[in-house]
Design a protein around this ligand. Structure first.
Ligand SMILES: C[S@@+](CC[C@H](N)C(=O)[O-])C[C@H]1O[C@@H](n2cnc3c(N)ncnc32)[C@H](O)[C@@H]1O
Length: 321
């Protein structure tokens, strides 16, 4: 048997230490280093003074961020690369710093994976709700226009956004003149309310505090949007959500589910296979699901004509009442 060249044989060895890279980026983001390096940049000494951090540690971290490609170094000054400027400086439209803060919290829980493997139970030691919900807003802002372009909104007047989180999708729908109801936990709605008020769309968005696993949904909706929710629940809970949605829809109404795409082997794409572990660590019964699994639930709960559309890393599953 021919042995592969060693260099081709070892990507897993680098992957096993890829937490070095992750931790460096997360720590830099936690200290808002990219905000501090806007413009002409700063030396390690100046930055460590502003941040009140150790000079040697700061310089080593900055050098590693140059190696990663998020900073540039010119003589002794460090400044953001175009990518860092676009995504990691607060206030920019495509800012991703909140989701990185959420990942930094998840780190605590992922450290318990050895235990989770034995018990099968989540180990959710840490949770920062504001970073989680604002992080959802960061991610949804990258995707919302593409998703909307793939929804058939003809004749749609009233939408229920189940677990609508920060309200990113609700705001985009409201901008099109649609009345949207978001049902979510009260602590989430506090954050959503702030963002929606800032957008000037409060009149078209109704916020209903509640737990959709135990509370009834209102009714009279033309479309129910269930985005990035199923992966946190087991199959029975997802089917119960679909069943309640069926009752809450007007005749001929539409349900649309958005989830990360997982192929039928459940082993790819990589992100969805890894994300299933994120749900293992953080929820009692969640994981990533395949389009076929979700379409089967829709059929069982009375929906018809379920179809799946892949949009890059996510899939939209649509069906009719
Ligand atoms: C992963 S976020 C998705 C947010 C949004 N739908 C999106 O796609 O950007 C999940 C949301 O569901 C909400 N949620 C989870 N379980 C819920 C429940 N049982 N009742 C109400 N809201 C829930 C969370 O508060 C959070 O806002």
């Amino acid at each position: 048997m021919e042995r592969p060249e060693r260099s081709k044989d070892l990507p897993w060895l680098r992957q096993a230490s890829s937490f070095f890279t992750a931790r460096i980026i997360l720590t830099a983001n936690n200290f808002r280093i990219f905000d501090h390096l806007v413009g002409p940049g700063k030396t390690a000494r100046l930055l460590s003074r502003s941040l009140r951090t150790d000079l040697r540690a700061t310089e080593l971290l900055l050098n590693s961020l140059v190696a990663i490609g998020l900073l540039e170094k010119k003589e002794e000054a460090y400044r953001n690369t175009p990518v860092a400027s676009r995504y990691l400086v607060a206030g920019n439209p495509e800012y991703q710093g909140d989701i990185l803060r959420h990942y930094s919290t998840l780190w605590e829980n992922w450290s318990g994976l050895d235990t989770v493997l034995k018990t099968g139970k989540p180990l959710r030691k840490a949770h920062d709700h504001a970073s989680f919900i604002l992080g959802m807003h960061n991610l949804a802002l990258l995707r919302v226009q593409t998703v909307l372009a793939h929804l058939d909104l003809r004749g749609i007047e009233r939408v229920l956004d189940l677990g609508g989180g920060p309200g990113t999708y609700a705001m985009a729908l409201a901008k099109k003149g649609i009345q949207v109801t978001i049902m979510d936990f009260p602590e989430t709605l506090k954050i959503a309310r702030r963002l929606i008020r800032r957008s000037g769309l409060s009149a078209r968005i109704r916020l209903v505090p509640g737990d959709f696993t135990s509370d009834d949904l209102k009714n009279g909706f033309d479309l129910i949007f269930i985005s990035q929710i199923f992966h946190a629940y087991d199959a029975a809970a997802c089917m119960s959500m679909l069943s309640k949605s069926h009752d809450a829809l007007n005749p001929g109404g539409t349900v649309v589910v958005q989830e990360f795409l997982l192929n039928e082997t459940r082993t790819a794409p990589l992100w969805s296979a890894l994300f299933a572990i994120n749900m293992l660590v953080n929820t009692p019964g969640g994981r990533s699901y395949t389009p076929r699994e979700m379409m089967a639930w829709m059929k069982k709960t009375g929906f018809r004509g379920a179809s799946a559309e892949v949009l890059d890393e996510v899939v939209l599953i649509t069906a009719k009442k």
